[in-house]
Write a protein that binds this ligand. Structure first.
Ligand SMILES: NC(=O)c1ccc[n+]([C@@H]2O[C@H](COP(=O)([O-])OP(=O)(O)OC[C@H]3O[C@@H](n4cnc5c(N)ncnc54)[C@H](OP(=O)(O)O)[C@@H]3O)[C@@H](O)[C@H]2O)c1
Length: 257
């Protein structure tokens, strides 16, 4: 039996990964800050699928939180075969409206934690000659859109570069770039999303299924769903200056308020 560790496992995309991997018979290590919610989820997944679901409470915006998950990932007695770096959040407000402390917390959770956890996992996976890492980025990685987009662009560049360096080692790395997904994300960030057209919303369970299929195919970049594959094709062909204007206007319409 293999073990998957998922950060941000209690809600949204992370919870969908936990459901999908649990239903496939993988044991789970569930990471987030809310211990009670983690425990409820672990019990439910254990009862439904007969798997072991371990709870690891950690705040990935802190040194202790990151170090605790690193320790779990390098534990040779209970190896982790798949890491899903998913924990993340949005900040309310545009550049210079967001307090610097919040910008730095975002970089800690989206970049430092992803770098350190990927490295801890990949090192021990390489020793065993197998394993996988999914780093959850966003389609926001491909448009000029504040610290959030920049942090996700880092996730994509880092993951694809590391995947190239580890080619042939048996360790697969993939950046996952979802479009809009119905989760707690926008509500937590105080974003008004009422005007977003229905067709733009993705389902978290389908997203997790497609992402795991892409990982199995050996992809290093996954943009689930035809709608967003087409949109990203258009983005690639659009001049960057024009793109900046469009994303800024879209941000004003749908963004934090
Ligand atoms: N929803 C979208 O439209 C969308 C689109 C593209 C990419 N994404 C990315 O997908 C990932 C998951 O987002 P989501 O939409 O599923 O959001 P969500 O529903 O708000 O879930 C976020 C999860 O991350 C955990 N988390 C947040 N901060 C944390 C921290 N400091 N330490 C540990 N865990 C933390 C939360 O649990 P606790 O609060 O208990 O810690 C929760 O389990 C994020 O990286 C996000 O940027 C989302």
């Amino acid at each position: 039996m293999t073990t998957a560790l998922i950060t941000g496992a209690t809600a949204g995309i992370g919870a969908a990964f936990a459901r999908r991997l649990g239903s496939q018979g993988h044991n789970l290590v569930l990471v987030a800050r809310d211990t009670e919610r983690l425990q409820r989820q672990a019990t439910e997944l254990h009862d439904r699928h007969g798997i072991e679901a371990e709870v690891l409470t950690a705040d990935l915006a802190t040194e202790e939180g990151i170090a605790a998950v690193e320790r779990r990932l390098v534990d040779r007695r209970e190896p982790v075969d798949l890491l899903v770096n998913n924990a993340g959040f949005g900040n309310k407000g545009r550049y210079l409206e967001v307090p610097m402390a919040d910008e730095l917390t975002m970089l800690k959770v989206h970049c430092e934690a992803v770098l350190r956890l990927t490295s801890a996992a990949a090192e021990s996976m390489r020793e065993r000659g197998r394993g996988g890492v999914v780093n959850v980025a966003s389609v926001a990685a491909f448009v000029p859109r504040g610290t959030y987009g920049a942090s996700k662009a880092w996730v994509v560049q880092f993951t694809q570069g590391a995947a190239r360096d580890l080619a042939g080692s048996g360790v697969r790395l993939m950046a996952l770039c979802p479009g809009l997904v119905r989760t707690e994300f926008h509500q937590r960030a105080g974003m008004g999303m009422d005007n977003v057209p229905g067709w733009m919303w993705l389902d978290a369970d389908k997203l997790a299924e497609e992402a795991l299929a892409d990982l199995a195919r050996g992809k290093t970049l996954s943009v689930p769903d035809t709608r967003y594959k087409v949109l990203m094709g258009v983005v690639k062909l659009t001049p960057r200056a024009l793109l900046g204007g469009i994303t800024s206007r879209t941000g004003r319409k749908y963004g934090p308020r």
